[in-house]
Design a protein around this ligand. Structure first.
Ligand SMILES: Nc1ncnc2c1ncn2[C@@H]1O[C@H](COP(=O)(O)OP(=O)(O)O)[C@@H](O)[C@H]1O
Ligand code: SF4
Ligand SMILES: [Mg+2]
Length: 334
């Protein structure tokens, strides 16, 4: 459905480096509204994104993907951990420094219906970041808005229309134009096509890929299933219950998954070849994803893992390079 990744694209050194990232939300309870617990939405995420690449971030709904994306961009304050953008630590930066950095890192949101304010025109929506960062006078900004609209495939003629007058796909183009307005180097795309009709998903994915080539963008591309990110990701990180459990080049992850959870996810994807499909063995995981309020000890996948041993209940397996460029967080990988 989507063009293959251009294998010629230049992938460089680490642009975004995340270590031990945690985001815990307080749970309030009782008559006095005291904090009675913590939702451990992100509970020790390690990952890195190289300049010019697309890193797919995949996991079931609720595993902490959006919170990870927002915490990397400092839209949510992390509870613990470090986030470096181009070598600069963000978690301890002043709000002024973060504001300046904001131009370099942007987000495309999941739902183009709720993320664009219906009271504003397209021109107002796209020009807002340019005005906030004083990128030129009124006329220059107007020209830049027209350029951005053309870049994302929207006719600048519609600049004074309201966002609600547009279809989902066009609205997502408006969101993308706004995210690109300040020429960011890093973009978190949070399930950017999952709210769109299947018929236009490919168009928006192709647009994102074209823009990456044109502007040398680095993407963290969030999706809830492995088949969506297969063709657009250079590498893929798999998340389970607040942690990254595996991170590898796409080919290596899809062909030789090392973590039992990734193996289970991949076994659920139908294969186009009917003969292979007949022989496909599905790994059915027992039980549901546990609550992030009270996650299991040690490897938090252990209650559902068919390979679990005593050590798995006690010791959190670190995300380690088990094969060349192939990282997994498991005591018994492979
Ligand atoms: N602001 C918040 N306050 C409390 N809990 C939250 C908040 N945002 C997210 N969560 C919880 O954190 C977990 C991870 O959410 P999220 O990052 O949105 O997951 P995903 O994007 O993978 O679906 C979920 O259990 C969700 O209910
Ligand atoms: S660490 Fe143990 S429980 Fe966790 S995935 Fe590996 S084998 Fe399974
Ligand atoms: Mg999400």
């Amino acid at each position: 459905m989507v063009q293959q990744v251009q294998k010629t694209k230049a992938i460089g050194t680490t642009l975004v480096d995340v270590k031990g990232l945690k985001v815990h939300f307080p749970v309030k309870g009782g008559l006095l509204g005291r904090t009675v617990g913590q939702v451990k939405a992100v509970d020790g995420v390690d990952l890195f994104v190289r300049r010019g690449e697309t890193l797919g971030l995949v996991g079931e709904s609720g595993c902490g993907k959006s919170t990870t994306g927002r915490a990397i961009l400092q839209l949510i304050k992390p509870t613990a951990g470090t986030v470096k953008l181009d070598g600069v630590e963000l978690t301890t930066a002043s709000s002024n420094d973060i504001r300046r950095k904001r131009a370099e890192m942007q987000m495309v949101f999941q739902d183009p219906y709720s993320s664009l304010d219906p009271r504003y025109t397209i021109g107002q929506i796209i020009s807002e970041p340019l005005e906030n960062f004083k990128r030129g006078n009124a006329k220059e900004i107007q020209e830049e808005v027209a350029n951005l609209m053309e870049t994302v495939g929207l006719n600048p003629f519609y600049v004074n229309r309201f966002a609600h007058e547009f279809s989902g796909g066009q609205r997502q183009r408006i969101g993308i134009a706004r995210a690109l307005a300040l020429h960011p180097s890093f973009v978190v795309a949070d399930e950017p096509v999952s709210a769109l009709d299947v018929s236009i998903q490919a168009q928006v994915l192709n647009l994102l890929q074209d823009l990456q080539g044109k502007f040398g963008l680095t993407y963290l591309f969030v999706a809830h299933n492995l088949s969506v990110v297969k063709h657009i990701s250079d590498r893929v990180a798999v998340m389970y219950l607040g942690r990254v459990v595996e991170l590898a080049k796409s080919e290596s992850l899809y062909e030789t998954p090392l973590h039992p959870y990734t193996q289970a996810l991949l076994s659920a994807i139908p294969v186009p070849d009917p003969e292979v499909e007949l022989r496909r063995k599905r790994i059915i995981l027992e039980g549901d994803v546990p609550s992030p309020v009270n996650p299991p000890s040690g490897c938090n996948f252990h209650p559902r893992c068919w390979k679990a041993q005593a050590i798995c209940r006690e010791v959190i397996p670190p995300l380690e390079e088990k094969q060349s460029n192939h990282y997994a967080a498991c005591h018994f990988p492979g």
